[in-house]
Design a protein around this ligand. Structure first.
Ligand code: AMP
Length: 474
């Protein structure tokens, strides 16, 4: 089956040919024909399946007829993160090269003024994150009553990020007559409820089981004997230096860990940069561009920042942390092995991760993931066992000590004066990334073994000298 068989018009076929695509992917085959008939579509598909084109192509064809009015966009695509929204916008530019459609991208970190000027002129396509869209709406800059087609992309991610109430509200601001194209990798009950409520007799298209890791990805783990950050960082470096590693994305569970790992890798001479939701948008965009172009070899990332990003040619994904949600594992490793290319995923697993690791095995249907032989490494690095480690690890000393207090904000910023992130001191901006889990405070009145052994005592510490408790003679 060819793209022409799907009912797409010649101008679009030219743009598709220019993009170098020869045959439609399964989701494109199944979703494009009903979408061209203005039917609602419920697509259950992961990124990497070609789903973006499956909604942008029919939208462009439909929007080719008619004109935009000021402040009344004709179509709306909602994406959970700025990067994904920007990626969708790029797709519109690529496939819409032969059409004269106007587009605005409403994402955080970009000035309201420019976005507003575009809206005032009138746009055919509005690509937005839910928060920024509602900000514009509340300022009275935008009316959603002219929406002919609405797309919700990565709905399950929206759910994870707490956007579902925003999505419901946005649905209610658009006309009932709209066409809805709705995409999600999984269908948890909350998403099912939304689709039952807002989609009209949709064509359901499911292309791959959400939790199926692509066959093209080889998966390995390293079993860490204990949970020790210093040894984990050393093991990560060992993995990164393997001859097959051309480039890679290193996933961490927390934004603060992303910063620590990126900084540590830079200190050890690796070409790495951090990406997470607290970094300024300009820094994030620049980092992604540099990674795509090969100027940056390693991206140290949080789930939210890297979710769904289409970065071709990623040779390796490293899970520095075992993800807390098994679905995230599938999404993370899906950053490699894209478009039929071979990829590799590696994960450090400590005994403390056993519950999450078991959930990953259950989700992916694997009995076990093959463990790499790291015995020689552990002999050298004997984690936490009082063994000496190689001196090149010294740079990490301060960060590997057990800490009682959360790190100070300024400590978490990327290194301002070292390779790569050298000149950029990223500004911290608000984002909707879920906050890191709170650490339990230690009871200051209880003596702590860890504190005694690892940290200097400040003031008198837990010791109360006798003279203080003695009764004062009157
Ligand atoms: P997506 O799932 O939308 O993130 O797309 C994943 C990747 O597949 C993107 O790099 C697209 O450019 C590419 N792609 C989309 N459709 C096709 C196609 N029919 N043939 C080859 N590559 C495609």
């Amino acid at each position: 089956m060819s793209f022409a068989d799907l009912g797409l018009e010649p101008k679009l076929l030219d743009a598709i040919a220019a993009a170098g695509y020869e045959t439609p992917t399964p989701i494109q085959k199944e979703a494009i024909p009903p979408a061209l008939e203005n039917r609602d579509v419920l697509g259950i598909a992961q990124t990497g399946t070609g789903k973006t084109a499956s909604f942008t192509l029919p939208m462009i064809q439909r929007l080719g007829r008619g004109r935009a009015k000021a402040r009344m966009p004709r179509s709306l695509v909602l994406a959970p993160t700025r990067e994904l929204a920007a990626q969708v916008a790029e797709n519109f530019e690529k496939y819409g090269a032969n059409h004269k459609l106007s587009m605005a991208l409403l994402i955080g970190g970009v000035s309201f003024g420019d976005q507003d000027a575009k809206l005032t002129r009138g746009v055919d396509v509005l690509v937005a994150t839910p928060g920024r869209l509602l900000d514009h709406f509340e300022r009275g800059r935008l009316l959603l009553t002219g929406i002919e087609v609405m797309v919700v992309d990565e709905a399950d991610r929206m759910l994870d990020m707490g956007f579902i109430p925003d999505i419901e509200r946005i649905f209610k601001l658009t006309p009932m007559t709209r066409q809805t194209l709705f995409f999600s990798a999984t269908m948890p009950p909350e998403i099912q409820r939304i689709t039952d409520q807002f989609l009209h007799n949709p064509v359901r298209v499911e292309v791959a089981k959400p939790a199926t890791a692509a066959d093209t990805i080889s998966q390995r783990i390293v079993r860490m004997p204990i949970k020790d950050d210093r040894t984990k960082r050393a093991a990560l470096r060992q993995l990164l230096t393997h001859k097959d590693v051309r480039n890679g994305i290193i996933f961490c569970n927390r934004k603060s860990t992303v910063d620590v790992i990126a900084k540590s890798l830079q200190k050890h001479g690796f070409n790495a940069r951090p990406i997470h939701g607290d970094l300024a948008q300009a820094f994030r965009t620049e980092t992604l561009d540099k990674f795509r172009s090969g100027e940056v070899q390693f991206l140290v990332a949080s789930d939210v920042a890297a979710r769904g990003l289409d970065i071709p040619n990623v040779s390796h994904v490293f899970n520095y942390d075992v993800p807390i949600h098994a679905d995230d594992y599938v999404h993370r490793i899906g950053r490699t092995g894209r478009a039929g290319k071979k990829g590799a995923a590696m994960m450090l697993v400590t005994p403390a991760d056993s519950k999450f690791y078991a959930a990953i095995l259950k989700t992916t249907g694997a009995e076990e993931i093959e463990a790499l032989d790291f015995s020689a490494f552990f002999e050298e690095h004997a984690a936490g066992g009082g063994h000496r480690r190689p001196s090149r690890d010294k740079a990490d000393d301060s960060r590997s000590r057990p800490r009682r207090q959360p790190r100070k904000a300024e400590e978490q910023k990327p290194e301002p004066s070292k390779p790569e992130a050298a000149n950029e001191t990223p500004k911290v901006v608000a984002d909707r990334e879920p906050p890191a889990p709170r650490r339990r405070r230690t009871n200051p009145t209880k003596p702590s073994k860890q504190r005694e052994s690892a940290e200097p005592v400040i003031g008198m510490g837990d010791h109360v000298p006798d003279f203080i408790t003695r009764a004062v003679a009157s």
